[in-house]
Ligand binder design. Structure first.
Ligand SMILES: Cc1ncc(COP(=O)(O)O)c(C=O)c1O
Length: 361
């Protein structure tokens, strides 16, 4: 791609020359390549995209993001398995969701060209550090924060759009995941920010993560905030289950994040001949169907882990409802199909894989 808005700082190229990936496990989102994209918004417009060395952000303590959490982010991956690609997976969807989040958080939207150029450039310049084994990837984290130095509670007039890139190991959880049904706290309410990817939603979920861990679970399943009756999603993933051989997932509401993996799975499942239901799922009925062996498997899905099979749903007082086919057939088939597409082994539906051109260094 020809970059129209990118200014490559010589110091970034210098940093790339001297960088080596750490020895030992990369983990997930732990290490960044030595570069980042930065773009400032002031006086009603976005400035140029700078490819700069990875460094501290220079912010005063009065920057609004620290006080009023005016920020949004995205999570996406670039794949380079066996030297193919690098490929981005449905980046247009991340772009759309980024601006949907911006709108909700009163942050100026970023133009499409800027977002795409930033994502492509950081991937291209980081390409030699993308690990190449199946499941490994370059995790990309674009975000915008409010930087105006003023404690007045009103939308910031200054922002910083930043993208960092983290060479990462496969994020597959080992085995199957025990999930705690959260009966008290709520993640999101109608009219709130549940379908925006904004930090506060995640901060609000952490107290439940602590309780889940104390009680031997790995994740929280959130219910609707009003009746505590309908399944919504997990703290960082969407929820699916298989009932009588058919795939079920909660219908999207304004309290659920529009998962790109969710959308892709629905598409692939239909292709594979599965019947898919996007409907309300009543937690009491779901538990009954697990006990009856009608609901035989369930999984969580998202960019990071793709698909994590669920072992059981459980109450905080200890009762667990265990799926008959933990990590069952359908979950694993869908995971493999999606991974094969992302890593370039299986024909992707039109427009899903975007090849990134490497820069002439
Ligand atoms: C709350 C929440 N739900 C669902 C998802 C899954 O979304 P995606 O498949 O686009 O990664 C994520 C992860 O981004 C998330 O944070």
């Amino acid at each position: 791609m020809k970059y129209k808005h990118l200014n490559v700082r010589p110091k970034a190229l210098e940093a790339l020359k001297h960088y080596n990936l750490p020895k030992g496990p990369l983990g997930f989102g732990k290490y960044s390549t030595p570069i980042m994209i930065v773009c400032d918004y002031a006086d009603g417009k976005w400035g140029e995209l700078k490819l700069a060395p990875f460094a501290f952000l220079n912010l005063l303590p009065t920057a609004k993001v620290f006080h009023y959490a005016q920020e949004v982010f995205e999570g996406m991956k670039a794949y380079r398995v066996d030297g193919k690609g690098p490929y981005l997976f449905r980046p247009d969807k991340n772009f759309e969701r980024f601006n949907l989040s911006c709108k909700r958080m009163a942050i100026p939207e970023i133009p499409r060209e800027y977002f795409m150029e930033a994502i492509q450039a950081i991937t291209a310049y980081s390409a030699e550090f993308i690990p190449q084994k199946t499941g490994e990837s370059l995790y990309l984290r674009p975000f915008t924060i409010a930087t105006e130095e003023s404690l007045g509670i009103k939308p910031s007039e200054k922002y910083k759009f930043v993208v960092v890139a983290c060479p990462s190991d496969a994020y597959f959880t080992k085995g199957t995941v025990p999930v705690m049904i959260e009966r008290q706290a709520a993640r999101a309410g109608m009219g709130g920010t549940g379908n925006a990817k904004t930090g506060g939603n995640y901060a609000a979920s952490l107290i439940s993560a602590i309780e889940a861990k104390e009680r031997g679970y790995l994740m929280t399943l959130w219910l609707d905030s009003l009746e505590k009756r309908y399944v919504e999603e997990l703290s960082g993933m969407n929820f699916f289950c298989i009932i009588n051989g058919e795939l079920w997932t909660p219908a999207l509401t304004e309290t659920i994040l529009v998962g790109i993996t969710r959308d892709s799975i629905i598409h692939l499942a239909k292709d594979m001949g599965l019947k898919v239901h996007e409907e309300r799922i009543d937690i009491t009925e779901l538990i009954t169907s697990i006990k009856n062996n009608e609901c035989t498997e369930a999984f969580a899905c998202g960019t990071a882990a793709i698909i994590s099979p669920i072992e059981c749903l459980g109450e905080n007082h200890g009762t667990r409802y265990t799926f008959r086919d933990q990590g069952g057939n359908i979950s694993l088939k869908l995971r493999q199909r999606l991974l094969d597409i992302q890593e370039g082994r299986y024909q992707a539906p039109e427009g899903w894989l975007v090849k990134v051109d490497l820069p002439q260094l």
